[in-house]
Design a protein around this ligand. Structure first.
Ligand code: ATP
Length: 259
């Protein structure tokens, strides 16, 4: 028996998870979601969503496949070209990548907006505080003074000067109904979701089939790389990206990849 077998997901702090553990990312992710639930920023159902993601990530080989890297570069180009980019934050996103989302917002000039499926004022406030603790400067989502058409009242709430007004939105781990409703509003939608068959990546202009833990820092790295690129170069990257091929390559890897 190796030491690995003795590591449970039930650790006190993430430093206790050995970085050379073969399932390091999975243990880290579970730990962060658990902490998120304890802090009141993640709904208990977030653990279920995480479990689904974890299974797909296992089948993907827990790595950023080439088509996901291309999607992450296209996402960076879209965010840099946008007039008003907004990054949407739910309870799982806040638990997993708060500082990384703040860094992406900083590099691309995007707004951060808290947008919850199970919305309560306490959770919105807790998430906004958590993001500020991770260097986010301006957090939207507290006004909720506009509505996404064709969605029920609670899930439709957004800020008038945030997601409602955005031309490009990054919606990681998004619920399928809301992803469809945002698409119908004509927004350019970037979705991060490990399940290529889920409705959210299916309606996305840029479906990123990758773990959010790897995807967000990689979009930021591409955005830094492209910061001085001219508009034609950015438009070429956007035009060259093939969303259907990205979805098919991810599905193919999940169904037949070597583990
Ligand atoms: P839909 O309504 O689109 O069918 P769903 O019911 O599959 O969505 P949920 O169960 O809410 O959605 O799960 C959210 C999605 O987020 C799942 O598809 C899951 O694969 C994905 N997911 C969970 N954790 C991660 C992660 N760490 N990185 C990327 N995607 C993730």
């Amino acid at each position: 028996m190796t030491d690995y077998d003795t590591v449970s997901a039930d650790v006190e702090s993430e430093e206790e998870i050995p970085e050379d553990h073969p399932r390091y990312q999975d243990l880290l992710t579970r730990h962060r979601i658990e902490e998120g639930v304890e802090k009141g920023i993640t709904h208990l159902q977030g653990m279920h969503a995480e479990g689904r993601g974890s299974a797909f990530d296992y089948l993907l080989g827990e790595e950023t496949i080439p088509s996901a890297d291309a999607a992450e570069r296209a996402a960076a180009a879209h965010l840099l070209l946008a007039d008003h980019p907004v990054l949407s934050i739910n309870g799982n996103v806040a638990a997993l990548v708060p500082g990384e989302m703040a860094a992406l917002a900083d590099v691309t000039g995007a707004d951060l907006e808290v947008n919850l499926f199970n919305r309560t004022p306490e959770r919105i406030e807790a998430i906004a505080d958590h993001l500020r603790e991770h260097d986010a400067t301006d957090v939207k989502g507290l006004e909720a003074d506009a509505r996404i058409p064709n969605l029920d009242h609670q899930r439709a709430k957004v800020d008038a000067d945030g997601i409602y007004d955005a031309d490009v939105v990054l919606v990681p781990l998004e619920d399928g109904d809301r992803a469809e409703a945002l698409d119908e509003m004509g927004k350019t939608e970037i979705v991060i979701d490990l399940n290529p068959l889920s409705r959210s990546p299916q309606v996305a202009d840029v479906p990123i089939v990758d773990n959010i833990i790897r995807a967000v820092p990689n979009i930021t790295a591409h955005a830094r790389d492209l910061a001085d690129a001219d508009e034609d170069t950015l438009r070429e990257i956007v035009a060259d990206f093939d969303r259907q091929a990205a979805l098919e390559e991810a599905e193919e890897r999940i169904r037949s990849g070597d583990l």
